[in-house]
Design a protein around this ligand. Structure first.
Ligand SMILES: [Zn+2]
Length: 299
């Protein structure tokens, strides 16, 4: 049993914590985000419904990135033809996040279906080394958590369940995941343990998920179980853009177009849509891209 060591608090340090059920093949993660949501919101000002949903996407990206077993990043992205054409949150294995809702400035709704209904959810795992993996499912069930449920029930991965909550300025999430059989090999017993853990998690209100401290929250749900709660791992907002990456992106633009921009504006500028960082390239910087007659051959 966990003895609660903290009272209910309104502000949490941004981070996630892992927990393990000592007598069942189950693990979990809890994430609380406060400053990260503020930092993301300072780059763009989104309508409330969009900020709230973006908070859920960021919490989901952190929880799912915590299941990565290698260095890389995980992106939770959705596209729709409703009020939000594109929304995405990315979390690296170092727990840095960035997020954006593109084209959603004029959204007025607070409802998931009006914002994203009928769209598609795309999960992308990009290892620093190796092949990128992508999975796609329809957005369903009126929430991101329900859509992720359907994603995991269709994949052959370990059973995984998420709960997400955000009020637009703070976000939180809880992940439960079944582990390969170690303590319990009977399939029916494993299933029953999983169902009970999920059923108890579902009793948590969105407000409780945001407001309760980690130990209090776990005690509230699983006081009959023996749990081990690990240390907080900080999560922060940091964009992964760089001069080199932006330069690489320029390679996809037509050379003629680049020359025209240089002629008209004297430089090519690109703004990162995640963090507003501006990258400027003058003709000398672009020599590698412009297969011109006046530049030296590249060795
Ligand atoms: Zn950036």
């Amino acid at each position: 049993m966990i003895i609660p060591t903290e009272v209910s608090i309104l502000r949490h340090a941004d981070g996630k914590r892992r927990f393990l059920f000592e007598q069942m093949d189950l693990r979990g993660e809890i994430v609380h985000l406060d400053q990260v949501i503020t930092d993301v919101s300072e780059v763009h000002s989104y309508p409330r419904g969009v900020s709230r949903l973006l908070g859920e996407f960021i919490a989901a990206a952190v929880l799912l990135a915590s299941t990565l077993k290698f260095k890389g990043s995980l992106t939770v992205q959705a596209r729709s033809d409703r009020e939000i054409p594109l929304i995405m949150a990315e979390c690296s294995s170092e727990l840095t996040v960035r997020a954006i809702a593109r084209g959603a400035e004029a959204a007025t709704s607070d409802s998931f279906d009006a914002l994203l209904g009928g769209g598609q959810l795309v999960l992308t795992i990009t290892p620093d080394r190796g092949k990128r993996y992508q999975g796609i499912v329809p957005l369903t069930g009126g929430s991101l958590a329900a859509s992720l449920d359907s994603y995991f029930s269709q994949s052959e991965q370990l059973q995984t369940r998420l709960q997400l909550s955000s009020d637009g300025t703070r976000a939180a999430g809880l992940l439960l995941q079944q582990l390969p059989p170690q303590l319990e090999s009977n399939a029916a017993n494993r299933e029953e343990q999983w169902d009970r853990a999920c059923m108890l998690a579902a009793t948590l209100s969105p407000e409780e998920l945001i407001q309760l401290g980690d130990a209090t929250l776990l005690h509230r749900l699983y006081h009959e179980e023996v749990l081990r709660l690990f240390d907080l791992e900080p999560v922060r907002f940091r964009c992964s853009c760089s001069q080199d990456r932006t330069f690489a992106a320029l390679a996809s633009i037509d050379e003629k177009e680049i020359r025209e921009i240089l002629k008209e504006q004297g430089a090519v500028t690109m703004d990162c849509e995640f963090c507003n960082q501006r990258y400027t390239f003058r003709e000398g910087d672009l020599r590698g891209l412009l297969g011109s007659t006046d530049s030296a051959p590249i060795h």
